[in-house]
Design a protein around this ligand. Structure first.
Ligand code: SAM
Length: 231
């Protein structure tokens, strides 16, 4: 899959994708992340991307022209498999189900807002969807874009070492967690400062381990995320 990011801070993305599974998948050619500088689609001397909001008020707003020009030049013959996502605190809430859906798209282009936000015509006439990573306000869409790309990337075939392991993650209702939290995990030492790992996990009895993990996942979900339990 190809991810495009449109931002006024391209250098921001040098960090988030330089490590771990996403970086390895990128090196292996399983996915490509192309970061574009929005200022490349301005024509004035100052490379202006923002302007004052109509109606007055605080702050600046990202202008529509550079954003439309950027998408039209990145995808001159845009197809239905090429989706534009606008990161926005006002968007639909991003979750694992949305990530699963996006992982089947061909190409994604993520627009990172800044300042007071983005001219509304980008949401209504350029973006396929407007998405939020949570009910809080970030200072820019870059962190949100990194979250979306990382979450979608690990669902792509060949990104995780074991192809089925994403199905064991929290929130995956297609996999063994059935939409609940993943089970808790322990590793060596079996006794750490007197806190012991559950005996059953050391027993080698796979059926009992499976039952224990299911029960532990349900208990943890009930304690921390009761909203995930079936009604
Ligand atoms: N005035 C806007 C509002 O109250 O909805 C907030 C603008 S915010 C300071 C600047 C940019 O950060 C937004 O255009 C968006 O791209 C990004 N952003 C902020 N919060 C976000 C969130 N929860 N999810 C996704 N993007 C977010």
């Amino acid at each position: 899959m190809i991810f495009h990011v449109l931002t006024i801070f391209p250098e921001f993305f040098e960090g988030p994708f330089a490590h771990g599974v996403v970086s390895r998948a990128r090196d292996a050619g399983v996915l490509d992340i192309r970061v574009h500088n929005l200022r490349d689609w301005t024509s004035d001397r100052h490379k202006t991307v923002d302007d004052r909001p109509f109606g007055g008020g605080e702050g600046m707003v990202l202008k529509p022209e550079p954003l439309f020009l950027a998408v039209e030049s990145i995808w001159p013959q845009r197809t239905v498999a090429q989706k534009v996502l606008l990161l926005s605190a006002q968007g639909r809430l991003f979750d694992q189900a949305m990530a699963n859906g996006l992982s089947h798209e061909g190409e994604l282009l993520l627009i990172c807002g800044r300042y007071e936000g983005v001219d509304e015509r980008v949401a209504t006439h350029l973006a396929d969807d407007e998405i939020s990573i949570g009910n809080y306000v970030l200072s820019g869409g870059e962190l949100a874009a990194a979250v979306v790309i990382d979450t979608v990337a690990r669902l792509l075939p060949g990104v995780l070492g074991n192809e089925t392991s994403a199905a064991f993650d929290s929130f995956q209702d297609s996999g063994h967690t059935e939409g609940l939290l993943d089970c808790p995990h322990w590793t060596r030492p079996a006794d750490f400062r007197g806190w012991k790992a559950p005996e059953v996990l050391l027993s080698g009895n796979h059926e009992e381990i499976r039952r224990f993990r299911g029960q532990a996942a349900r208990e943890k979900t009930a304690r921390l995320r009761p909203d995930l339990l079936p009604g």
